[in-house]
Write a protein that binds this ligand. Structure first.
Ligand code: ZN
Length: 88
């Protein structure tokens, strides 16, 4: 899996990708049991560890940054790292 850039605000390696179902419910990190048995759909989202130390911090592990869900890990990584999306 591609590496995520560190946070531009707090400069920590605090950003990770969480596994969600189609309704946005958080199930764990990449490689969790739900990802292998995604009975209610599979989406990914960016998270930022921590509570209030950085402006990008989320309230908890289950909260996504910006509330945005991605179809694939690559899309989430590209969005964070700023890589242009491939056509098609
Ligand atoms: Zn940060």
């Amino acid at each position: 899996m591609a590496e995520l850039k560190s946070c531009p605000y707090c400069h920590k390696q605090a950003v990770f990708i969480g596994v969600h179902d189609d309704e946005g419910n958080y199930h764990g990190r990449i490689g969790c049991d739900y990802e292998n048995d995604a009975w209610s759909g599979l989406c990914y989202a960016l998270h930022h560890e921590g509570w209030g130390e950085c402006i990008l911090c989320t309230d908890g592990e289950e909260q996504t940054m910006g509330g945005v869900l991605f179809d694939t890990i690559d899309e989430a990584v590209d969005e964070w790292n700023g890589t242009p999306q491939k056509e098609g």
